[in-house]
Design a protein around this ligand. Structure first.
Ligand code: C2E
Ligand code: MG
Ligand code: MG
Length: 686
């Protein structure tokens, strides 16, 4: 019998012969062993099943954990994706709303992406730039400094901010953009390109350009203005110094420009300045700088050295061009100019000195008869030095109390009595003695010293009136002269109010004298100030009448009460027919406009008698009293005695027949016989 080897072994262990039937004991032992074997088998299967069960439970738990982790991950991915989607949406909606755009460039700095914003803002299609460099089309322009800074950042692979440049669109329109960008590097630190933002700044850039233009160019003539000229002069000086070269500055001032301006008005004056600017530009080379410094002053910068003869030749060309007759408002004018030349470095090593010296040379050219050219010379250097010395001394004069007033009476021609006195300033110079105002007023005006001097004069005049009064004298009305700058000063009204009130002087006792040119410098403002003075009760007198604009009907716009005929017209009386006619005409015209007339510079009896015949109201001059110290005038302040009794005598002189249709000045034409019967009573306006 073929038995399983294991069974064979068991039978052998039990001493049972497999080929013979077993004994009962053997059979029983066998059955027991078989039963035990089943038990053991049951036990093993149980253990196996149990361990399988446990393993599967563990597996299930593990699986549950893994699934939970996966679900969590899934939901996080979903959340993140949603957040990203929202953020992208936000970015793109913001981008579409904003005027800015995004750009990206690769490592070769070629555009790889430009967002829509650029086309919307600038009208430049991204396709024009994609795959190309920023500077590719050559229309980019930026200031050399900002371009250099931008290029330095790019080369250094650094971030840059607010690089602004101009670019021309296909349709030729210029626009300006401002970009910022930063480099992009990969994980390995390799440069991958740039990305950044852009913005259209055309409106701002154009406004900035406009501001620059206004700051640098004269709006009337379009020429560079003083600012720009001074900047250019500094640069030219630096260049010339480096290269050891010379150059010249020509200071040009139009002669008699004021006459045209006063006669024909500011519009015609402006027209004339434009024409002159064009003429100057026309005779010079492109490289020569022509600028307008202001008013009728121009300046030319001639680079490239050249001999005095060469400079003269250029200046002669300018003189000739300006001197061409020109027609304005149907009148032909011969306007000329005076030119002063300063050469760098001989006549000045810095801009201020060079310009000052060219200006001084120009003044000498004017003095030497205008329409001429003058180089800066040693003689001028002396003069300038003297002026400088006077200026510094004049500043001290106020502090040292060296100014004083003299008073010159104005006499009522009919009664011979003093009706008022004009305060005239003098400077008691410690070395030079009594300096007349003619020697320092213009300088004070030019150097900005006239306002404090004028303030001193007003104070001193009021103080003097108070002192006369305190001394029991009948203080006359006092007139002070106001110069242009003083009249334009913001403090004038306050100065007057302060001086009058602190000395208890009634404004009606105070008069101001202004020349026509002071009024005509800015008629609008002049009128405003005069109206204020008038409202305060201060009297207003037009000084030196006949030397400027000379239209009384025009001057009547201002609330003046008196006209002073300039002494140059009185000088020729009574013989000079022209002067007589002018004086007659002015008196008649002034009276018809309700103005009183004072004749200045009356030196002879004959002049005075004639003025009385012509109906002139008051006279002032050496005959009636020189400007004198206050103490001398005090002696003449007796209200009961006429100053010069002989003046009341009946004159023996007759009025000469003036040219019946003599044209005096524009708008002032009078016939002698019309004037003859004029009396002082005719002051009401017709
Ligand atoms: P102005 O206001 O026309 O003053 C009259 C000038 O004529 C005075 O000269 C006076 O001395 C002079 N004069 C008076 N009568 C005669 C005469 O019969 N014959 C001649 N040949 N001259 C006569 P002055 O004092 O030298 O003043 C000159 C100018 O200086 C004044 O002209 C005025 O424009 C200015 N000035 C004087 N004082 C002041 C002042 O306080 N402030 C300002 N801004 N200017 C002043
Ligand atoms: Mg005066
Ligand atoms: Mg005068």
């Amino acid at each position: 019998m073929d038995l399983h080897a294991l069974l064979k072994r068991q039978l052998k262990r039990l001493d049972i012969d497999p080929s013979a039937p077993p004994s009962a004991a053997g059979w029983s032992a066998l059955l027991q062993r078989i039963s035990r074997a089943y038990d053991e088998h049951d036990q093993e299967s149980y253990l196996l099943e149990r361990s399988q069960d446990l393993a599967s439970q563990e597996m299930a738990a593990l699986y549950a954990t893994v699934r939970a982790d996966r679900d969590q991950l899934d939901s996080r991915v979903r959340e993140r994706t949603e957040a990203l989607r929202l953020s992208e949406g936000r970015l793109s909606s913001l981008l579409s709303l904003s005027a800015d755009w995004i750009w990206e460039q690769d490592a070769q700095l070629r555009f790889t992406y430009i967002s829509e914003g650029m086309e919307a803002a600038t009208g430049i299609a991204p396709s024009r730039l994609l795959g190309r460099h920023r500077m590719a089309d050559g229309t980019l322009d930026a200031s050399p400094e900002s371009l250099a800074a931008y290029e330095a950042c790019i080369e250094g692979r650094k971030a840059f901010r607010d690089f602004t440049y101009g670019i021309t669109r296909v349709d030729g329109v210029r626009c300006y953009v401002r970009i910022s960008g930063e480099p992009v590097f990969d994980e390995g630190g390799n440069f991958r390109g740039y990305r950044g933002v852009g913005r259209d700044v055309t409106a701002t850039a154009l406004a900035e350009l406009k501001v620059h233009e206004l700051a640098c160019y004269d709006s009337l003539t379009g020429l560079p203005n003083r600012n720009m000229f001074l900047g250019e002069l500094d640069r030219t000086i630096a260049r010339a110094r480096r290269q050891g070269r010379e150059f010249a500055v020509c200071f040009i001032d139009l002669d008699r420009f004021k006459t045209v301006n006063d006669m024909l008005g500011h519009d015609a004056g402006d027209e004339l300045l434009k024409m002159m600017a064009g003429r100057l530009r026309g005779v010079l080379r492109e490289s020569d700088l022509v600028a307008r410094l202001g008013g009728d002053e121009f300046v030319v910068l001639l680079e490239g050295g050249g001999s005095a003869a060469d400079l003269s030749a250029v200046a002669q060309k300018m003189l000739a061009a300006i001197g061409q007759p020109l027609t304005l408002h149907g009148c032909v004018f011969d306007i000329t100019c005076s030119i002063g030349v300063g050469v760098f470095p001989t006549d000045g090593e810095d801009a201020a000195t060079l310009l000052k010296h060219a200006d001084a040379a120009m003044y000498l050219a004017k003095e030497r008869g205008k329409n001429t050219l003058q180089f800066y010379t040693a003689e001028l250097a002396d003069m300038a030095e003297r002026q400088f010395a006077i200026e510094s001394e004049l500043r001290l004069a106020l502090v040292r109390d060296e100014l004083l007033l003299h008073f010159q009476p104005k006499i009522d021609i009919a009664t011979g009595r003093m009706c008022s006195a004009e305060a005239l300033v003098r400077w008691a110079h410690p070395q030079r003695g009594l300096v007349p105002p003619g020697d320092f007023i213009a300088l004070a005006e030019e150097r900005g010293l006239i306002v404090p001097i004028g303030r001193w004069v007003i104070q001193a005049a009021c103080r003097q009136m108070r002192d006369w009064r305190r001394a029991g004298l009948a203080a006359p009305m006092v007139a002070v002269n106001l110069s242009a700058r003083q009249f334009a000063s913001d403090t004038l009204i306050d100065d007057l109010v302060g001086a009058l009130s602190s000395h208890g002087i009634a404004p009606s006792q105070f008069e101001v004298e202004l020349t026509e040119s002071v009024l005509m410098a800015d008629p609008e403002r002049a009128n405003q100030v005069l109206q204020q003075l008038h409202a305060m009760g201060i009297r207003i007198s037009i000084d030196d009448f006949g030397t400027g604009y000379s239209s009384l009907s025009y001057l009547k716009r201002f609330p003046a009460q008196t006209v002073k005929i300039d002494r140059s017209f009185i000088r020729g009386l009574p013989e000079d027919k022209n002067d007589a006619a002018i004086t007659q005409a002015v008196i008649a015209m002034a009276h018809s406009l309700g103005l009183a007339v004072v004749a200045e510079g009356v030196e002879t009896h004959a002049q005075l008698q004639m003025l009385r015949l012509l109906g002139c109201d008051e006279a002032q001059g050496y005959l009636l009293g020189r400007p004198m110290p206050a103490a001398d005038l005090a002696l003449r302040l007796d209200p009961d005695t006429p100053v010069l009794p002989e003046l009341v005598q009946t004159p023996q002189i007759s009025v000469p027949a003036a040219h019946p249709r003599l044209q005096v000045h524009r708008g002032v034409v009078q016939r002698a016989e019309e004037v003859h019967g004029t009396t002082r009573g005719m002051r009401a306006i017709d």
